[in-house]
Design a protein around this ligand. Sequence first.
Ligand SMILES: Nc1ncnc2c1ncn2[C@@H]1O[C@H](COP(=O)(O)OP(=O)(O)OP(=O)(O)O)[C@@H](O)[C@H]1O
Length: 238
Amino acid sequence: MSLLKVQNVSKSFGSLKVTNDLSFELKRGEAIGILGPNGAGKTTLFNLISGDITPDSGEILFNDKSILALSSSDRCVAGFGRTYQIPQPFEGMSVFENVLVGAVYGNNYSEKEAEELALYVLEQTGLIDKAEALAGTLSLLERKRLELAKALSTQPKVLLLDEIAGGLTEQEVFELIELIKDIRKAGVSIIWIEHIVHALLSVVDRLIAINFGELLIEGTPEDVMNSSEVKEVYMGIE
Ligand SMILES: Nc1ncnc2c1ncn2[C@@H]1O[C@H](COP(=O)(O)OP(=O)(O)OP(=O)(O)O)[C@@H](O)[C@H]1O
């Protein structure tokens, strides 16, 4: 059964059509990867799903119900968590406090329950030793982990990862992949936008390639990576 359905969604900014009649589905427990060149409309797609912007046309269904009327905070409570391409923690707050905000905001929890969840998520993401550190003092990998921790603290059913591996060393990417695999094993469905293709391929079941806001091709990672569409548009090879 589909958990999320994006149906014929379009979005323009002025005369620029950034999302063009885009449709795809995410099944429960599935992980899918989104590929596309810079400016293809990948982050815009996440903004449409998370409710930061509204489509001009089309439908977005979660558990077969439209979520278009829900605000971004209501979508968060409904089960959507996301990370941002550029981590933007509350720099002057501790790592624990940053995660606590998500735990309070995304769940109907008492303070004690939210604190317990925040500690669990910090353990899960390998940040427990940094709990008291100010977020502004973290390394890039730790900031990426904090992005994940903030998203996980809302207990998402669908996790939207926006270029979470960008800027990391090979070893750091490897560590992040292991963490994302564990999150997936815990039952979270994932949509992952990533330019670091080997990272995507080690996690996802299916790939979707987009260009100029349109779906180019979707299928198994092997089929998509070997397709002439992706070779031509994404890698510049004909
Ligand atoms: N709020 C906005 N107003 C105007 N134009 C926008 C807005 N948001 C995005 N765009 C434009 O839409 C296009 C797609 O942007 P988007 O960030 O979705 O691309 P992307 O595929 O995520 O790119 P990248 O891989 O570089 O992150 C770009 O040309 C961008 O400048």
